[in-house]
Design a binder for this molecule. Structure first.
Ligand SMILES: *Cc1c(COP(=O)(O)O)cnc(C)c1O
Length: 345
């Protein structure tokens, strides 16, 4: 890896962060006349902890990771945007991304005026590490990976990911939004072995908390410090921080049960879908969704929407002609989908 000073945008390296009232005094007791807050309407009158200390301790324990290696954001989307802003000079630097993958990397790149060099996965959706490395040049700051990948559903080989981590001299972001549904392991326990690795995870999927917006980035303390310096000071509101701590302790066991049930439903759904004459292929999935190939994705999508069942048409995405992506729902929801599809000729 190149030294961080060479990878970061020079203006970010120089940046002196905003110092909030709560930065200068962080005790919990006292008469607080420092932040121009309203003394009434407690507890909502107070600004949240900008460093999210309590929540990071809880998540650190959950993930077996030191709080100094954790960034928390308003969904993973915030971390994605901040990584671009920390490392990529608009109109100058570029990133390499796989294709197909999650659309937010492209959107965040475009809003920051960063070129995305897309490298096709192999026909069976594996990483083409050689092509990824070939797309890299002096201005490439980040390689974006997603495993299990959205929308293909598969995990990449750990050896392929590690080859990129050790060969590429910039930052490798590994989005593990669906890792809880995968048989393979997270790279999180190996974080300290790869100073250029940024792992993204989220509470939106396995934990069922998409509504409270809470995403995580894990990386070396040096990288985490940079992301923390450039975020909005109060990026996580009081409600999200409180609710997350409450639900993490309340749902630890339930989450394990949900994951188990959703994986069982995924297997069942795959079997049912394979029986349908217009389903040409159900791709293996390590996530909470299935990707299937059909002769006419639009027709099936419209047929289901008319029956108030909404799935995702991915047929315009690279390597995914005719493909639909179906999220695994509750057993009742999945049954309703199969029932409706059985009526389609
Ligand atoms: C759903 C998803 C996320 C989650 O994003 P949040 O902003 O945390 O809700 C992240 N990455 C991928 C690939 C996803 O599919």
């Amino acid at each position: 890896m190149k030294p961080l000073e060479q990878l970061l945008r020079p203006n970010i390296l120089r940046l002196k962060p905003y110092s909030s009232a709560r930065d200068e005094y962080s005790g919990e007791e006292g008469i607080f006349l420092d932040a121009n807050e309203n003394p009434f309407n407690a507890p909502y009158n107070r600004y949240p902890d900008p460093h999210q200390r309590k929540l990071k301790r809880v998540i650190g324990e959950l993930k077996q990771c030191d709080p100094s290696s954790i960034f928390l954001g308003n969904g993973s989307d915030e971390a994605i945007d901040l990584v671009f802003r920390a490392f990529c000079r608009p109109g100058v630097d570029n990133v390499v991304s796989i294709d197909p993958t999650y659309g937010m990397y492209q959107v965040a790149a475009e809003t920051n005026d960063i070129e995305v060099r897309k490298v096709l996965l192999t026909p069976d959706f594996e990483l083409n590490t050689e092509a990824v490395l070939k797309a890299v040049d002096q201005q490439t700051k980040i390689i974006w990976l997603c495993s299990p990948n959205n929308p293909t559903g598969n995990c990449f080989h750990e050896a392929d990911i590690k080859q990129l981590l050790t060969t590429f001299e910039g930052i490798v972001v590994l989005d593990e939004a669906y890792i809880d549904f995968a048989p393979g392991k997270s790279l999180l326990p190996q974080l300290s072995a790869y100073p250029n690795l940024v792992v993204l995870q989220t509470f939106s999927k396995a934990w069922g908390m998409a509504g409270i917006r809470l995403g995580m980035a894990f990386a070396s303390p040096d990288i985490i410090q940079i992301l923390s310096r450039i975020k909005y000071p109060y990026n996580l509101n009081v409600l999200t921080q409180q609710k997350a701590m409450e639900l993490i302790s309340k749902n630890k066991v339930a989450t394990e049960d949900w994951i188990e049930l959703l994986i069982a439903e995924r297997l069942k759904m795959a079997e049912h879908l394979k029986q349908l004459p217009f389903v040409h292929h159900v791709y293996p999935s390590d996530a909470n969704f299935l990707l299937l190939k059909t002769p006419d994705a639009k027709k099936i999508y419209n047929y289901l929407v008319e029956r108030k069942i909404v799935i995702r048409d991915r047929s315009s995405v690279a390597l995914c002609a005719g493909c639909l992506r179906i999220t695994i729902g509750s057993p009742e929801e999945n049954k309703a989908l199969i029932n409706q599809l059985s009526g389609l000729q």
